[in-house]
Design a protein around this ligand. Structure first.
Ligand SMILES: *[C@@H]1O[C@H](CO)[C@@H](O)[C@H](O)[C@H]1NC(C)=O
Ligand SMILES: *[C@@H]1O[C@H](CO)[C@@H](O)[C@H](O)[C@H]1NC(C)=O
Ligand SMILES: *[C@@H]1O[C@H](CO)[C@@H](O)[C@H](O)[C@H]1NC(C)=O
Ligand SMILES: *[C@@H]1O[C@H](CO)[C@@H](O)[C@H](O)[C@H]1NC(C)=O
Ligand SMILES: *[C@@H]1O[C@H](CO)[C@@H](O)[C@H](O)[C@H]1NC(C)=O
Ligand SMILES: *[C@@H]1O[C@H](CO)[C@@H](O)[C@H](O)[C@H]1NC(C)=O
Length: 311
């Protein structure tokens, strides 16, 4: 059992969390996210451009649904019953202290003495939830065959080393670290892939089905590019890429369906209202942060309830 696996699940989960609202809750949008190959520059590496818009109220509704479905209602009630000043205090204290897990509780109670009872309650409720979700993750992780766990771990280690030492432009380092990690993926025994596919049918297309070859083409082309600077023709890569994009859409839709179908906890109406307001404020704040990126164009049209981001 290995914490890196959790990291992978967490990273994938976060990436999905970002794409959820844009795939389902954008209404009447032709193409919420466009990912395209940059053939004009003559490079075989994909470049990405995108543009999406969404309805603020839909996004707010969606995240509210997620929170009400997956966060224990006792935690929400305890938190939103506090006066606004104490809510802010807790958030601030959490931001300052979440890294030194050891004495987060004491620090937070010291910083927000007027909310110390609530902090203590929430703390133990959160720990209980984490234990439960942690157990679920452990179970998922235990069901992944060792060869696949190793391949994931090696890729994460290689990527993190390249990242922290800023070596992504260094061909020697890519050859030494990334190529073996990618080759590992191509050498996972078919029986192990089949085991995982049986356990998680949603992954079957990419592990053993029609999309497996597309994934292999993309991995092999990355190896080729690092080793020799050339690879399959562009059409082959484009096809593989399109195929995987289709799979990804299917995957996200499936997860969205599960989330949509999740049962919400019943909350008192004042708590419900406070939660909705809280999430609305967070979304607005998040969008105004996007506006700080020089290469992003952010448009907020409150009258028509449309938020847009494009490159
Ligand atoms: C964590 O808490 C324990 C017991 O209070 C203490 O001995 C240890 O030094 C603390 N570790 C860190 C990293 O603060
Ligand atoms: C705690 O409550 C007291 C009394 O209501 C108030 O005077 C004080 O400013 C509060 N402290 C904080 C940190 O909010
Ligand atoms: C994890 O697996 C064990 C043994 O199969 C099972 O008893 C337990 O209920 C599972 N826990 C969760 C949270 O799925
Ligand atoms: C590239 O990486 C290799 C192997 O990690 C290292 O020996 C070399 O110094 C690096 N070159 C540069 C320019 O950083
Ligand atoms: C790189 O090119 C050499 C010589 O053409 C070839 O033998 C080798 O298989 C190629 N390697 C990859 C990873 O494509
Ligand atoms: C959706 O949720 C309902 C009620 O919880 C459940 O009976 C049903 O099986 C779920 N459907 C799917 C496809 O998961």
């Amino acid at each position: 059992m290995n914490s890196l696996n959790f990291l992978v699940v967490f990273v994938l989960g976060s990436a999905l969390a970002l794409s959820w609202p844009w795939t389902k809750h954008v209404i009447n949008q032709k193409s919420p996210a466009i990912i395209e190959f940059d053939s004009a520059s003559g490079s075989n590496w994909p470049s990405v451009s995108f543009s999406f818009s969404l309805k603020f109220t839909k996004l707010q509704k969606f995240f509210t649904h997620i929170v009400k479905s997956y966060v224990d209602s006792d935690i929400l009630i305890t938190f939103f019953q506090l006066p606004m000043s104490q809510q802010n205090c807790i958030e601030h204290a959490l931001m300052e202290n979440w890294q030194n897990m050891n004495d987060t509780l004491d620090q937070m109670m010291e910083m927000c003495p007027n909310a110390s009872d609530a902090i203590e309650n929430i703390y133990y409720e959160v720990i209980a939830e984490m234990v439960e979700y942690g157990q679920e993750f452990m179970n998922i992780s235990d069901s992944i065959p060792a060869s696949i766990q190793d391949a994931i771990q090696q890729l994460v280690t290689a990527t993190m080393t390249l990242q922290t030492e800023n070596l992504f432009q260094n061909q020697t380092a890519l050859q030494e670290l990334l190529v073996p990690a990618l080759q590992n993926f191509l050498q996972i025994p078919q029986t192990d892939l089949q085991t995982l596919a049986n356990e998680y049918p949603i992954l079957a297309p990419i592990l053993t089905g029609n999309d497996q070859q597309s994934l292999e083409i993309l991995i092999q082309s990355a190896i080729d590019m690092i080793e020799n600077g050339t690879t399959y023709n562009e059409g082959t890569i484009q096809n593989a890429y399109d195929q995987l994009t289709q799979y990804l859409k299917f995957f996200v839709q499936q997860i969205l369906y599960d989330i949509d179908n999740a049962t919400e906890d019943n909350l008192p109406s004042n708590i419900n209202h406070a939660l909705k307001q809280y999430i609305g404020n967070k979304i607005a704040k998040c969008f105004s942060k996007f506006a700080n990126f020089p290469f992003l164009k952010v448009t907020i049209d409150q009258v028509n309830d449309v938020y847009e981001i494009s490159t």
